[in-house]
Design a protein around this ligand. Structure first.
Ligand code: FB9
Length: 522
């Protein structure tokens, strides 16, 4: 079996032929004359053209090619002809014909009926009768003619197209001439000076390939930033530009350690630590969220078995929180229920980073004289929720708050306009909402030009006096705050449809590698 000519042989054959014949009118026939596929010759032509050794002119022809189904009919006859041929003089049942013709049955029946080649007995729709003795299978003929590259009338082409029996195929081949740099044998250009060249001295006669200064270097195998972390950084920069400082969400004042990610300390069994898990007190009670609030049961919140409770809560402050829940104060009538300390001591995985805001505001209240503050946090929160395309049992909450004298809802709307416009969301709308710890509260909506719809982009409100005054914050000091998730903007910015592709074991690394730097409003 003749050895498959190598590209070098093909090149030599082509250059020799051009040298003698001066041109190659049809690269297809030349390829078959060399016994190589047109694709192989195409490679050599492209390379020789690049060096202008050969001039190639494209010849493009769009031809109709038969689909596999049509190729079958060209051999076995059209489905309608096959059907008629399968009907004995006294007719045949549909099932019998279906068994015989398979997929061709349905299309055959329709076409044969259309051609009035078949009929049915009155009242017996199942018996198929022949209406013609023999049929002229024009379809098969037309398909064969097309296969032989013959031209067929446009009407036929339209019918065949309608029956999805042909598709347009663009075939391209070349006519070739000698190029301005034509040579019979291309000098292989050296790409390197090797010790061999130096030792043999033949480097003197070498011709070197031009350097392609535009060539891309080797892709650097480097690390990639998880999209969430990229958006996190972009949003952090926005907060910092707006004069906010980050709240420590991984370890806090009284630093005791635990086994949770992000904790720096060694794990000491049965001693509580304040990183991701918290006493319910900071996550709920201090936020004036009543103990029978539905969010406080294990359907929504992950409570800890060990350490199950925190014994160390600031006694005097705890007393004030108890009061405000049980019987009110500061002009509030409170909830009037029997507040339980052990409920507040239950350890849980924080359900929102607002629990960190609570601590920071309490700490701020202890610092005299009061100094206004702008705080932000971006970290994991945990909710015992049903997992779906946009929700996991944990997500990253972004929270911002400003604590200062005389802050109003207008200030909140203003700072939200600034914040979200930096995220590229300029058109905002606010919908009254309810949170146990803010009054008034607003859901935030932004019109997303890409999605052509209003998207809920967060929640916000003014922390209730029942939350702030027991902490010891001065009268007249208000706190405006808002929150959103990190996952939602990241999914929208990276066009990720399912949160599982963004976070967790099924993250698609190519998505991370192939994604440009996040261009968030910056
Ligand atoms: O992130 C959310 N939506 C969002 C945000 C940005 C975004 O950017 C795109 C590039 C354009 C797109 C969408 N949401 C908040 C709104 C919804 O997705 C919501 O269905 C889901 N929410 C989470 C909670 O789910 C139970 C997002 C999460 C959320 C909700 C509220 C807060 C924080 C996170 C809060 C708060 C708060 C309120 C008052 C005071 C302090 C904090």
């Amino acid at each position: 079996m003749a050895e498959e000519p190598s590209p070098a042989d093909v090149e030599a054959g082509l250059l020799a032929h051009l040298n003698s014949a001066g041109e190659v009118p049809d690269s297809r026939s030349f390829a078959s004359s060399l016994g190589v596929s047109h694709l192989e010759l195409e490679g050599v032509i492209k390379s020789l053209s690049a060096f202008r050794i050969v001039d190639s002119t494209d010849i493009i022809k769009e031809t109709w090619v038969l689909t596999d189904e049509a190729k079958g009919y060209a051999v076995k006859g059209s489905p309608e002809a096959q059907l008629v041929a399968a009907i004995p003089p006294d007719g045949a049942s549909k099932d019998a014909l279906k068994a015989k013709l398979g997929d061709a049955f349905d299309v055959g029946m329709k076409a044969a009926a259309r051609n009035k080649w078949i009929g049915f007995e009155k009242g017996n729709k199942d018996l198929v009768l022949r209406k013609v003795e023999n049929v002229k299978d024009e379809l098969q003929e037309q398909l064969k003619r097309l296969e032989n590259g013959e031209v067929v009338p446009d009407k036929v082409i339209d019918d065949l197209k309608k029956r999805k029996l042909i598709t347009k195929e663009k075939s391209i081949w070349y006519s070739l001439k000698k190029g301005p740099e034509f040579v019979v044998k291309r000098k292989t250009l050296a790409t390197d000076v090797t010790t061999e060249h130096l030792r043999s001295g033949d480097w003197k006669g070498l011709e070197f390939k031009d350097y392609n200064y535009g060539a891309q270097g080797q892709p650097i195998a480097k690390g990639y930033v998880q999209p969430l972390m990229e958006v996190r950084e972009a949003i952090e920069n926005i907060f910092i530009m707006m004069g906010f400082t980050e709240m420590p969400t991984n370890n806090f004042v009284e630093s005791r350690y635990s086994q949770f990610a992000g904790c720096k300390g060694p794990y000491i069994p049965n001693t509580a630590c304040d990183c991701c898990f918290f006493a319910s007190f900071w996550n709920f009670d201090a936020l004036f969220q009543p103990q029978q609030h539905p969010a406080r049961d294990s359907h929504d919140t992950f409570f800890l078995k060990a350490p199950a409770a925190t014994r160390q809560l600031p006694e005097d402050y705890l007393e004030k929180v108890k009061q405000i829940h049980q019987s009110g104060g500061y002009g509030s009538k409170g909830y009037g229920y029997d507040w339980k300390r052990d409920e507040a001591e239950k350890n849980l995985l924080r359900t929102h980073t607002t629990a960190v805001s609570t601590r920071m505001l309490y700490k701020l209240a202890q610092e005299k004289p009061f100094a206004p503050k702008r705080y932000y946090s971006i970290d994991r929160v945990f909710r015992n929720e049903a997992v779906d395309r946009t929700h996991l049992a944990e997500f990253h909450q972004i929270e911002g708050l400003i604590c200062d004298y005389g802050l109003t809802l207008g200030d909140l709307i203003g700072v939200l306009e600034d914040f979200f416009s930096s995220l590229g969301m300029s058109k905002l709308r606010f919908k009254p909402a309810y949170n146990p710890y803010t009054e008034p509260s607003m859901e935030i909506f932004s019109y997303h030009d890409g999605l052509k719809k209003w998207v809920e982009v967060g929640n916000s409100g003014m922390f209730r006096p029942e939350m702030l005054l027991p902490m010891g914050l001065p009268e007249g000091v208000n706190v405006i705050a808002w929150g959103l998730s990190l996952e939602r903007p990241t999914m929208i910015l990276y066009g990720i449809d399912n949160i599982r592709d963004l976070f967790g074991p099924k993250v698609d690394f190519n998505l991370i590698k192939s994604n440009p730097l996040c261009r968030l409003g910056l």
